[in-house]
Ligand binder design. Structure first.
Ligand SMILES: Nc1ncnc2c1ncn2[C@@H]1O[C@H](COP(=O)(O)OP(=O)(O)OP(=O)(O)O)[C@@H](O)[C@H]1O
Length: 585
């Protein structure tokens, strides 16, 4: 129950709903419990008349009518209170489910990239959906049935004992057996359900992967082996499902069997005691109804215990993530005004998971409004510089200064708001083109969107689509070419009007002519903006105020185009190489 204690704050938040729910549950239960009393009383009245203990038929009829009206009233009122109880408690559980999901989601958003590298997406999804649903059961059915059971036991059992203790003992004996059997059955069902759930997750993952990689599957003609893989997992999932339902099928027969046994015991023992004159006829009827009333809650005790165990396990998994501290902490509450000067002082950085030292002793200063180009072979650490500027990771050694302030002394939201980042792999949401561009500035009007698209040299492509800016791009932008996705991603960064623009190798999928147009546009847009262009081509670097060449995480060349062009080294080599390529094409 330790993990579930975390949820007490929600009980406090919804205390009025909870109190109303509890009161209504008690009232509804008590009202429904008077029905057997009137049935017993009515049968006793009829019995007395048959045995000639009462002579007035009219008096018996009046007694029956009186009892029927009272029972009707009690049942109706009980129904009304049950309705309010369900509204209060079940709705409370839904509100808490919603709050908890939001809390987890907000926390997920605060966590650093490393967290996402360490944990599988399926696991993250499961904790926010499956686990939260299990926890909801703790708030809804568990509370509702627990109060129900307690009220029932507190009222019914003393009443039964007072009527006839011997019959009570006989009538209740099968119930603990029922409860225990249901407990073990539910536990086994839950165990099998968990396995079923895991295979279902596996099936979902494999299906998702197949759909995402459909173009590769088709291109390689591997539909058959892919189907075989899918079929194996689907087969496993089917087996696990059948295993669960086999056990579930036992649930109701077992319950009916034990209710039947209880009823037979009441009829037999009650009948004997009636014949011996210990109880009246009506008591047998009352006991039969009470035993049936008690059976469901007793069955439920076993079920509830396993729900609480499940909720406890789920909340433990949720807490593991909620207790995870974001590696990147915002140390400054006040927003910071960012001008855009960036300096790296002896920066060394190692990725935790692969232990790769991506940057070694990197030094450079980029004045605000200036342009930096970063070149270097693949894996030389270019993207890492961009990620460190956005503070997606903290450095191990040395420091990064933004406007001469250590980066961790800058408000994190201000920093990220000041950066327009175009990642190496463009990511588009399954939404319209306009909304994908507007993502950088929610308030942007049509003209501004079009202007950004023009600057990213994608406008003419967009107007060629029948729905123009309202074209839906499909999941991850599947309906667009690589170059189109990159340019929409560039438009998204431009529209934000950031102080710092970072283009991480984002012109790789466009031809040199388009690259030239975009670079020219960028020269205009990036006035007064600190701009960092990462790439492999000299064309994207030659207009920069500063060029850095990286090799294995170290700066091997630094200077302007003129300086590096006249130096022997990587820059001159690729310049010459690209010149030859250009003249050959
Ligand atoms: N998220 C990561 N986790 C672990 N290691 C990483 C991660 N990203 C990059 N690396 C490693 O850090 C090194 C530098 O990678 P980086 O992406 O900065 O290179 P790059 O110069 O941008 O390469 P490319 O031109 O191919 O994009 C590489 O050896 C890479 O394997």
């Amino acid at each position: 129950m330790k993990s579930l204690r975390y949820l007490n704050k929600y009980f406090l938040k919804y205390k009025y709903r909870l109190i109303i729910g509890v009161l209504c549950t008690i009232i509804a239960r008590v009202l429904s419990l008077v029905v057997p009393i009137f049935i017993g009383d009515s049968l006793d009245g009829v019995e007395k008349y048959i045995n000639n203990q009462t002579h007035s038929l009219q008096a018996v009829k009046d007694q029956l009518l009186h009892n029927i009206l009272l029972m009707l009233g009690a049942v109706l009122l009980s129904g009304v209170f049950t309705f309010i109880m369900r509204q209060a408690i079940i709705n409370m559980s839904r509100y808490i489910e919603f709050d908890l999901k939001n809390e987890i989601f907000k926390h997920y958003q605060k966590l650093s990239l490393n967290f996402y590298k360490k944990n599988r997406t399926g696991d993250l999804m499961n904790r926010i959906s499956e686990d939260v649903s299990k926890v909801r059961m703790y708030f809804g059915p568990v509370i509702m049935y627990t109060i129900n059971i307690i009220t029932l036991f507190v009222v019914v059992i003393p009443y039964m004992v007072q009527k006839d203790i011997t019959l009570t003992l006989y009538a209740l004996t099968p119930l603990p057996i029922l409860s225990l059997s249901i407990y073990f059955l539910s536990r086994e069902i839950n165990k099998r359900s968990r396995i079923k759930q895991e295979t279902l997750s596996k099936l979902t993952s494999i299906t998702q992967e197949i759909f995402s990689g459909m173009n590769v599957i088709k291109a390689y003609g591997i539909e058959k082996p892919t189907f075989k893989d899918f079929n194996e997992v689907a087969e496993e999932s089917k087996e696990k499902n059948i295993a669960v339902y086999k056990l579930q099928a036992l649930f109701f027969p077992l319950m009916l069997l034990l209710i039947g046994i209880s009823n037979i015991v009441v009829v037999y023992v009650g009948g004997t005691r009636y014949i011996n004159g210990y109880i009246s006829f009506g008591v047998i009827a009352e006991f039969i109804i009470y035993v049936n009333m008690l059976t469901w809650p007793v069955t439920v005790i076993g079920w509830l215990t396993s729900i609480v165990q499940e909720a406890e396990a789920s909340q433990k998994r949720i807490n593991e993530f909620l207790e995870e501290e974001p590696e990147i902490q915002n140390l400054v509450e006040e927003p910071t005004n960012i001008e855009g000067k960036i300096a790296f002082k002896n920066v060394t950085f190692t990725y935790d998971d692969t232990n790769t030292t991506a940057l070694k002793d990197v030094n450079f200063t980029l004045e605000k409004g200036k342009m930096l180009a970063i070149l270097g072979k693949t894996g030389s650490g270019k993207s890492t510089i961009a990620e460190l500027i956005a503070r997606l990771y903290d450095v191990d050694k040395g420091e990064i200064l933004i406007d001469d302030k250590p980066i961790n002394q800058v408000n994190l939201t201000s920093l990220r708001n000041a950066i327009g980042f175009v990642p190496q792999e463009a990511f588009l949401f399954s939404d319209t083109i306009a909304n994908n561009i507007k993502f950088g500035d929610e308030q942007a009007v049509k003209e501004v969107i079009i202007n950004a698209a023009k600057n990213a040299h994608i406008h003419t492509n967009i107007v060629d689509f029948s729905k123009e800016y309202d074209t839906f791009v499909g999941e991850r932008g599947v309906t667009l070419s690589g170059g189109q996705k990159q340019r929409i991603s560039i438009a998204r960064a431009i529209i934000k009007e950031p102080k710092i623009l970072i283009f991480d190798d984002c012109l790789s999928a466009v031809d040199t002519e388009t690259e030239e147009i975009i670079l020219n546009n960028l020269n205009k847009i990036s006035k007064n903006k600190t701009t960092i262009i990462i790439g492999h081509r000299v064309s994207s670097a030659k207009n920069a105020d500063l060029i850095i060449v990286l090799d294995h995480g170290k700066i091997v060349q630094i200077g302007t185009h003129e300086e590096l062009f006249n130096q022997k080294g990587f820059y001159q080599n690729i310049y010459n190489q690209q010149l030859i390529e250009q003249s050959a094409s």
